[in-house]
Design a protein around this ligand. Sequence first.
Ligand SMILES: Nc1ncnc2c1ncn2[C@@H]1O[C@H](COP(=O)(O)OP(=O)(O)O)[C@@H](O)[C@H]1O
Ligand SMILES: [Mg+2]
Length: 335
Amino acid sequence: MDQMLTVEHVDKSFPASHGPAAMLRSFVHGMPRRQVLFDVSLSVGRGELFGLLGPNGAGKSTLLKLLSTLIVPDAGRLTIDGIDVISDPYEAKRRIGLCTSDERSFYFRLTARQNLEFFGALVGLHGAGLRRRIEECVALVDLTEHLDSRFGGYSSGMRVRLTVARALMADPQILFFDEPTRAVDPVHAEDLRALIRERLVGEAGKTVVLATNLLEEAWQLCDRVAVVNRGRIVAIGPPRELDVDMHAIARYRVSLDQVDEALLARTRNVPGFRDLRVEHTPRGVDVQIEMDQLDGTLGALMRAVSANGSVLRDFRLLEPEPVDVFKKMTNDRDD
Ligand SMILES: Nc1ncnc2c1ncn2[C@@H]1O[C@H](COP(=O)(O)OP(=O)(O)O)[C@@H](O)[C@H]1O
Ligand SMILES: [Mg+2]
């Protein structure tokens, strides 16, 4: 496939602490650093919708900042449209639009049009060209009727769409979205996903890299997903090929009148046991248990919690949570 973007063996660290004391110490010992990305490699094809999926702190935003030329890596290489991002940041930047849901960067007292005139001027547009580009961009995000309203009166959904219009002003080939649906309600989040999928990738042929911590969003939207955890890519591929791990971890909730150490010890000994949490309720005790889905584990768990003493009141399988998928994938790596 024709590559639009490549990341090869990228490491990134930040100073572990800052302030005058750390600065002074650094003269003697050197500045301590904390690594947040480890040997990250991936590539994104032209016209692809690529997801970076991971929990908070995984390193998604750091990777998008590296790709947007806002920071530089300690090691490794990044290219956009064949251009080396480190040696030629200006050429790379011309091909990139970054959408963060940072609404503070807009002028609240100005209208959407005036805001876009300002940001358009920053990327070298003016006169009739600028006016035409504004019309095109707001049409793509369905804000034409609200173009002359003040930004301060915009709803959260409209605000995010205006950040998309702003990113489109310089007509970049590739768009980066950093948790685009974080600050919007579910209905507008759905509209925004449709906009990214159908208009930007489908109609306008853009390449999109989208960072998210929502499993459903990545699964529903993306052609391929890289699962990022603690600075490492732990899995990469089309969602349907990754979802074998979706139900790899089962969570059960067992309600009992009481628990004793013997019962908990038996539970911990069940093959595939991962973790348990005991919670006292007005009616007794709930034990939440995480298990690998192996043959025979369910029966062994049932026996462990129903043997002598305690009265079993309820036993149910809980819905898998996105974080389980990350856990499973990281553990597999560490094994
Ligand atoms: N400028 C910075 N200085 C120091 N640490 C940083 C900086 N930016 C990010 N980090 C750290 O790097 C890690 C990854 O952060 P980030 O890329 O923002 O994760 P994500 O976007 O996946 O939530 C976090 O532990 C964060 O605290
Ligand atoms: Mg982030």
